[in-house]
Design a protein around this ligand. Structure first.
Ligand SMILES: CC(C)(COP(=O)(O)OP(=O)(O)OC[C@H]1O[C@@H](n2cnc3c(N)ncnc32)[C@H](O)[C@@H]1OP(=O)(O)O)[C@@H](O)C(=O)NCCC(=O)NCCS
Length: 170
């Protein structure tokens, strides 16, 4: 995938993204808002394993957000199975120094539309911890509709959390 949004791109991960990935992903403010599979601390081994894994996927399901010529974040997708096979789940993060500039909104808007077309699904959805106001705002600006609250549906660092479900359908 390559989405060229001018100063911003969403594209496949490259092996030489490792240094940028380690610099930006090793941040508890990011990991705290994602699933536990996104580790903290984020070690060199984690980065190497992640890049090997995503670069072996066919079709590719995880992409780098590139800004200023380097990978500064990620957007990933997971296809549903069985009766959910026309849905795809989306997750994303951005390097903290770039928060608040609208970059994720632009990337999520384009990548979610791309995912519906490319994976031939009718629904793209995301679940957000209910305290993550910035992420909910991103999804609203990207055309997602808030569908409801999944009460006490996640546990993060030993705390049970509500998640808010957002989706864009076609
Ligand atoms: C969530 C995240 C992706 C947002 O990225 P970003 O590039 O800063 O997002 P944008 O700049 O496109 O939009 C953020 C919006 O949230 C708003 N916002 C940010 N913090 C906020 C807060 N505490 N309260 C209310 N609004 C807030 C911003 O003002 C902006 O909205 P606006 O354009 O209407 O002013 C980024 O903070 C991140 O990577 N967080 C950690 C990982 C994560 O939460 N991933 C998503 C998991 S569901």
């Amino acid at each position: 995938m390559l989405l060229d949004l001018g100063d911003l791109r969403v594209r496949n991960w490259h092996r030489d993204d490792l240094d940028a990935l380690l610099r930006f992903a090793n941040n508890s403010k990011i990991a705290d808002n994602l699933r536990d599979q996104f580790p903290h601390p984020y070690t060199r081994r984690d980065g190497i394993e992640y890049l090997n894994y995503v670069r072996s996927m066919d079709p590719a399901m995880a992409f780098a957000i590139e800004y200023g010529g380097e990978a500064v974040g990620g957007i990933g997708f997971k296809l549903g199975v069985d009766i959910a096979r026309l849905s795809v789940e989306m997750g994303y993060w951005l390097a903290e120094p770039l928060w608040g500039r609208g970059l994720t909104t632009r990337a999520v808007t384009a990548a979610s539309d791309w995912a519906i077309d490319s994976y031939k699904v009718v629904r793209v959805f995301a679940t957000v911890f209910s305290h993550n106001v910035a992420s909910m705002r991103v999804l609203e600006k990207a055309g997602f509709v808030r569908e409801g609250v999944l009460r006490r549906s996640a546990v993060k660092k030993g705390v049970i959390l509500d998640q808010v479900l957002y989706a864009k359908v076609r």
